[in-house]
Design a protein around this ligand. Structure first.
Ligand SMILES: O=C(O)[C@H](O)[C@H](O)COP(=O)(O)O
Ligand SMILES: [Mg+2]
Length: 313
């Protein structure tokens, strides 16, 4: 990761807003648009944090534009709509912009691969496959049950002689994968060595869930990075390709927009690099306040709260 010195949102240091109603109202009133991270902000896995539906409703009543910007590629936009509904959060499929969608539109609208050499080998879950389908990008690997098995002696031969490989594969795309296997890594490595473009939905090292931390997308793609000696092009936060795509889709003034997140090196860096008017760090996920309150901290948000529900005052 490129080290950038002192990416600070505000000269006077981050404002602590929990319990400060006038400060909260003044902060919220500065912005017309809120970009919301999901894991570690709205929920931790299936655990919904306190007063989230009420907070979202409050912002909607203030006529704020809301966009849900998650790096979690295991779910598609329609999967997220179902999760929002199951948690009583008023949110719409069209407001979701995930890293799997970001990757799918990068491949279909930027790379513009020509058939037949336009297939993607996926190391990830169905969210990636669904978003590739939404952009009519052919794919293989991913949730294919045939790849969730032991590596057999003949597999080494068949990967090496190419009989197990698909000649139409032009891209290898990694995301958070709950079903990694040696066979999948072997196939992905063979494709990258044949010249396939190595992309990642995101490279977050950890996943906040059930109030704890688990291996993230970066951890499940790490074996391929080590094996190939290549770093993937990551299309999730803090990638500015994703910010440009979001601005293009939702049409907003960046100076009137605020990024809310729990992770400094994805969410807050994304907002600051994107030139947004503000960033808010929520302390219910990955990053701890000591990280950005420390002298010389690299990434510092404009403000922070203990939990998102504190925006209600
Ligand atoms: O490993 C991952 O993919 C990330 O931890 C997870 O996706 C984070 O999701 P977000 O906080 O961006 O919603
Ligand atoms: Mg998060």
């Amino acid at each position: 990761m490129q080290a950038v010195k002192n990416m600070v949102s505000s000269a006077s240091g981050p404002q602590y807003l929990t319990g400060n109603k006038p400060g909260l109202d003044a902060f919220i009133d500065q912005f017309d648009v809120f970009l919301f991270d999901c894991d570690g902000v709205l929920w931790s896995g299936d655990h919904l944090f306190p007063r989230i539906p009420e907070t979202i409703r409050m912002l909607r009543e203030k006529k704020k534009q809301l966009v849900f910007v998650t790096n979690n590629s295991t779910k598609s936009r329609s999967d997220y709509k179902k999760k929002f509904d199951s948690m009583g959060i008023e949110a719409y499929e069209d407001e979701v912009f995930g890293s799997s969608y970001s990757a799918a539109i990068y491949i279909s609208r930027i790379m513009k691969l020509q058939a037949p050499k336009n297939k993607v080998f996926v190391l990830g879950e169905s969210g990636v496959e669904q978003e590739l389908d939404s952009e009519k990008v052919p794919h293989c690997g991913g949730t294919d049950p045939q790849l969730r098995r032991e590596m057999m002696p003949e597999d080494f031969k068949n990967v090496a002689n190419g009989s197990l490989l698909d000649d139409d594969v032009a891209v290898v795309l990694t995301g958070l994968d709950y079903h990694p296997s040696y066979l999948k890594y072997a196939l992905a490595m063979a494709y990258v060595r044949r010249g396939a473009k190595f992309l990642a939905t995101n490279v977050d090292s950890t996943l906040p869930s059930a109030g704890s931390l688990f291996p993230g997308a970066g951890s499940t793609s790490a074996p391929l990075i080590t094996a190939t000696g290549q770093e993937p092009l990551a299309l999730g936060k803090p990638s500015q390709a994703m910010m440009d795509a979001i601005e293009g889709k939702f049409q907003f003034d960046r100076k009137k927009a605020c990024m809310i997140g729990d992770r400094l090196n994805t969410d807050i860096e994304f907002g600051i690099k994107g030139g947004l008017g503000g960033t808010l760090c929520v302390l219910t996920g990955v990053s701890k306040k000591e990280e950005f309150l420390a002298a010389g901290a690299e990434v510092v948000p404009s403000a922070y709260v203990d939990q998102l529900g504190d925006l209600l005052g």
